[in-house]
Design a protein around this ligand. Sequence first.
Ligand code: 5GP
Length: 320
Amino acid sequence: LTWAKNLAKTELHAHINGSIGMPDLRKLADLKGVHLPAEIALPGSAGFSLDDVFALFSKTIYSVVRDAQALQFVVEHVVAAFKRDGVRYLELRSTPKSLEGMDMDGYVSTVVSAISKAMSENETIRVKFLLSVDRRHDPETASTIVSLAIKYANLFPSIVVGVDVCGNPACGGIKHLVPSLSRLKLDAPTLKLVIHFAEIETPPEEDELLTILSLNPDRLGHCTFVPDHIMATMRARKIPIEICLSSNVVGGTVNSFEAHHLKQLWDSGYPRECLILCTDDVGIFCSDLSNEYVIARRVLGVSREVMEEWAQLVCDKYAR
Ligand code: 5GP
């Protein structure tokens, strides 16, 4: 693991509330006087699935992260943990929500100031922020989040860098979000649009995937169940893919690391700088980015030197 820890790594797909470690979450719960059950079902429990991941957010994590102070605690602890793991460039993402005493605008402002503070305390890491739209959001909420992204990118251009689309893929498609996402591309072309894509087997209709591609996303997350002809288009367009090995295997959408699509993409000649290892929710899947590099090396059967070159390619392309 030491070689992977020592790599200067780039993390591009990390949900803030999924990246807080359970011990830190418990510490925060104690501070806030919130009772957490002694046993929390985590990955590794029999039959753990992606739905259980979403239940963990709604039932456990959000019961603790309820106000500005808690959110600040989470951001600061998450940044410090990524720094300890040797991450030099980090893009965090989070869904603006109304918490106690704050609206969505206050949420974004709290994350931005917590990131600023965390960077001043952890000088070797640069941290950026993507605002997430949840696919269950109605068009109006999505539009508010896009407007907040544009507003805060104007105020803090060195921190706010784009918009993500996330949320439980079993809850339906994203066509209702298209007007807001198109507006982002028109009004703020320098901001990035990153979208969770073909994450579960139940068909995202082909039509839905083509709609997403028509938005010209800057990166796509997961890409587990992409039909071959669509993958061929992505490859021709060199669309970067955020690869979340442990998230997919532990979350149960992929049977094993050996069966993960990373290997197929790598062997097919998908441009290496467009394959980016990411943690997704390190607090839940309990695998830091160094460990993802170790797993990827095993699965791909390549040397440390190849892994080092790959990490460097990713860093050169994305760390701004
Ligand atoms: P937050 O946005 O509150 O900082 O982070 C948690 C949220 O990120 C979850 O409620 C969920 O919407 C999203 N999220 C976290 N992990 C995943 C994932 O693996 N897939 C998808 N589609 N969304 C996720």
